[in-house]
Design a binder for this molecule. Structure first.
Ligand SMILES: Nc1nc2c(ncn2[C@@H]2O[C@H](COP(=O)(O)OP(=O)(O)OP(=O)(O)O)[C@@H](O)[C@H]2O)c(=O)[nH]1
Ligand SMILES: [Mg+2]
Length: 272
């Protein structure tokens, strides 16, 4: 398992990796921008081995530089695509900024499972309850609403193992396969709960059946009469129901719509 540790500058990413290692491998300092390049480190935990990638923190936008690369996103996106799971570090002593939101967007776009780590909790825990903070995160980073949240104090090595345990759970979850029976029961339930409304200029949507065609990310193909007829809000509704009813509650699902003729005209064959 490859884990990319990403986040804004100074959120405690290198401190976290040192805590895992039990040694000072990475340079840590209060100066923002301490880590300059992505560094891979190998770990063993409970007989399982994994690689953690320490990345350079991204900057919050400032007035005096217009260059996109200046903020460090391109290199972080490379680490995200290389990783099986992302660990997104949030500094609990500061408000969520546009840089955090942008990173969350990048992770969601790549379909990489993500652990949200609320770090420096030793400094914030007296001011906020974990439930309230969790709600705040879900509201400010809605694109990662499925991502589990872990509260840590990397400096004190508090709860750092829980981050890796959670990452392992997501790694496994993203590799689950569901049978066609279970999948189509979930689809039928979703359709029953709320039917799709027609889109202007298209025939009314009809759903035939669903099948899982891939893992990591779990990829589900829905065969329909007309993929263009499905509205974005209905796609999101289906995605949420799938997340609820399938063993993919905490990882992103890729949902694809494909056109095919109706059941009576063309029954699905085993080659599908
Ligand atoms: N109180 C407290 N301080 C922390 C915690 N974790 C990290 N720090 C401090 O935060 C500062 C930044 O830590 P780093 O680990 O260098 O942060 P980073 O995310 O690697 O920063 P860049 O490499 O610049 O992106 C250091 O002074 C750490 O000692 C924590 O859990 N609690
Ligand atoms: Mg660092």
């Amino acid at each position: 398992m490859k884990v990319a540790v990403i986040g804004r500058q100074n959120t405690g990413k290198s401190t976290f990796i040192n805590a895992l290692a039990g040694e000072e491998h990475m340079i840590v300092s209060e100066v923002a921008g301490t880590t300059r390049d992505a560094v891979d480190l190998h770990f063993e935990q409970d007989g399982r081995s994994f690689i953690a990638i320490d990345t350079a923190g991204v900057k919050t936008k400032s007035k005096w530089s217009a260059s996109i690369e200046y903020y460090g996103y391109t290199r972080v996106i490379q680490s995200i695509t290389r990783a099986d799971v992302c660990v997104l570090f949030i500094d609990s002593t500061e408000a969520i900024t546009s840089a955090d939101k942008k990173l969350a967007g990048c992770v969601a776009q790549e379909f990489t499972p993500c652990v949200l780590v609320v770090n420096k909790w030793d400094l914030a825990k007296d001011a906020a309850a974990t439930d309230d903070y969790g709600e705040y995160l879900t509201k400010t980073l809605p694109e990662l609403d499925y991502a589990p949240i872990v509260f840590t104090s990397a400096r004190d090595n508090h709860n750092t193992d829980a981050v890796i345990d959670t990452a392992w759970a997501l790694f496994k979850q993203a590799r689950e396969r569901v049978g066609t029976g279970q999948l189509n029961r979930a689809l039928a339930e979703a359709l029953e709960g709320r039917g799709p409304s027609p889109k202007r200029g298209h025939r009314p949507p009809e759903f035939y059946y669903a099948t899982q065609v891939g893992t990591a990310p779990p990829t589900i193909v829905l065969f329909v009469n007309d993929p263009g007829a499905i509205k974005e809000d209905y796609r999101r509704y289906l995605l949420n129901r799938m997340q609820e009813h399938l063993p993919f509650a905490e990882v992103p699902i890729r949902l694809m719509f494909r056109a095919r003729r109706g059941r009576s005209e063309h029954a699905p064959s085993s080659r599908d």
